[in-house]
Design a protein around this ligand. Structure first.
Ligand code: UGA
Length: 436
């Protein structure tokens, strides 16, 4: 079978490489020439642990190629995956512009029967609309059908999440579509859930939004822990042993970021409103997340009478560890607000430096190590729990900073270790350590 993946962003690229790794012939298509040139030369334009290894392995076997020539690729395809972005519009709804651009190209070029498989996260009902749209605009007399195959990969663990996924979802209208999808995934040996199109689309939103809700819930419990003197780490541990609750996604912090949860919560909220319904739990999750994001900044403003001219270090800038992605990162939003306060900011992130430079140009200093970043600073914010930050020697804060005051948005350090240190330490859902 000739498979084509449209879009070489996170979803498209990881999907294409993993499908080829599992023995399929895959052509990855993108309109971005630089990206395709880079991939053709064997370089991966994103930071994703493990991806390069299977990319090399697959290239050697000749199962994978990259091109901007969509005409040739779509013409001969048995199945085309759509893996382009669906960013957020100003009103919170999903922008389907890129999906429809691919649909136009598919309608213009397919010359044989073809299954169009939508990987992009799209609002419920979109797959039906896409099918009608392509059928209406088809240039050649062929049979096409649309199927939904949402992805559940997380950045930083994308390869593992795809190859060892918890489940694969097929939203289909016919047994033929199901058969083709089963053939594509034949070597994955994973649980498969087969549904209609709309249920598959809803599984994706409901899964992401449930996880976002879980994070917002634990963050609110954390806020209450601070007020009543409990410890959120112990509370989450005690809850997580109950398999009905589960220990994952109970990590309190400065809220969720990234290209998915913020967008997908707003999109579901918007979709509900559009259907005359208010989805109260998700609305609350969105509000809680917004407040949580600036929680430490608010605390710092109370601690210091002014942040004007204060030397501030920021450790961790990506929306989570093991990615270079800054999208919807709590760090970026906080840095923007700190700049408005006229603070002098130095930032260290193990891999996000280049992307930070693009966002902030010369407005901030980008340090090349934690030591360099915190030297002489008056306060530190931690926004991402990189291992390097978690394993950093606490005594160095005392050694290098002018005043060792730490606002830790990811609970990187054990309170027991900090309790006798000469510093001030504020974290989430735990009592502060004030020894200065
Ligand atoms: C998320 C989902 O986890 C994937 O299953 C889904 O496929 C993906 O969105 C998508 O729709 O493409 P991702 O955004 O890569 O994946 O990252 P997560 O690991 O889910 O983290 C999202 C945010 O939640 C991060 O900012 C992280 O710091 C935060 N988080 C996560 C917490 O604050 N606490 C936790 O316990 C877990």
């Amino acid at each position: 079978m000739n498979l084509v993946v449209a879009g070489t962003g996170y979803v498209g690229l990881v999907t294409g490489i993993c499908l080829a790794y599992k023995g399929n012939n895959v052509a990855c298509i993108d309109i971005d020439e630089d990206k395709i040139n880079c991939l053709q030369k064997g370089m991966i334009p994103i930071y994703e642990p493990g991806l390069e290894e299977i990319f090399m392995n697959t290239r050697i076997k000749g199962k994978l190629n990259f091109s901007t020539d969509y005409v040739n690729a779509y013409k001969n395809a048995d199945a085309i995956f759509i893996g382009v972005g669906t960013p957020e519009k100003h009103d919170g709804s999903a922008n389907l512009k890129y999906v429809y651009e691919v649909c136009d190209k598919i309608a213009d070029t397919v010359e044989k029967d073809c299954l169009i498989i939508v990987k992009s996260t799209v609002p419920i009902g979109t797959n039906d609309k896409i099918e009608k749209y392509i059928l209406k605009n088809l240039k050649h007399k062929v049979n096409i059908e649309v199927a939904s195959n949402p992805e559940f990969l997380s950045q930083g663990t994308a390869v593992k999440d795809t190859i060892n996924a918890k489940r694969i979802v097929f939203g289909v209208k016919s047994s033929r579509a199901e058969m083709i999808l089963r053939e594509i995934y034949r070597k994955f040996d994973l649980p498969i859930v087969v549904t209609d199109l709309k249920s598959a689309e809803m599984i994706k939103y409901a899964s992401n939004d449930f996880l976002a809700l879980k994070i917002s819930f634990i963050n609110e419990i954390a806020n209450l822990c601070e007020l009543v003197g409990a410890n959120i780490e112990d509370v989450a541990k005690g809850m997580g042993y109950d398999t009905r609750i589960g220990g994952k996604f109970l990590k309190a912090g400065v809220g969720y970021g990234g290209s998915c949860f913020p967008k997908d919560t707003k999109a579901l909220h918007w979709l509900a409103c559009d259907n005359g319904y208010e989805i109260k739990t998700i609305k609350a999750a969105i509000e809680v997340n917004e407040l949580q994001r600036y929680k430490l900044l608010k605390l710092a403003r109370e601690r210091f009478s002014t942040l004007n001219n204060i030397e501030i270090s920021v450790l961790g800038a990506t929306f989570k560890p093991n990615t270079d992605d800054l999208r919807e990162s709590p760090a970026v939003d906080n840095i923007k607000k700190l700049l408005l306060c006229n603070a002098k900011i130095s930032v260290y992130d193990p891999v996000g430096g280049e992307n930070l430079k693009k966002v902030f140009k010369d407005d901030i200093n980008i340090a090349s190590s934690i030591d360099e970043c915190i030297k002489n600073s008056e306060l530190v914010f931690i926004f991402t729990e990189w291992d390097e930050i978690k394993n950093y020697n606490i005594d160095n804060y005392i050694k290098y900073m002018r005043t060792p005051i730490i606002f830790d948005g990811r609970n990187c350090y054990d309170l027991k270790i900090l309790k006798d240190k000469r510093l001030e330490y504020y974290s989430i859902g735990r009592q502060p350590v004030i020894n200065l």
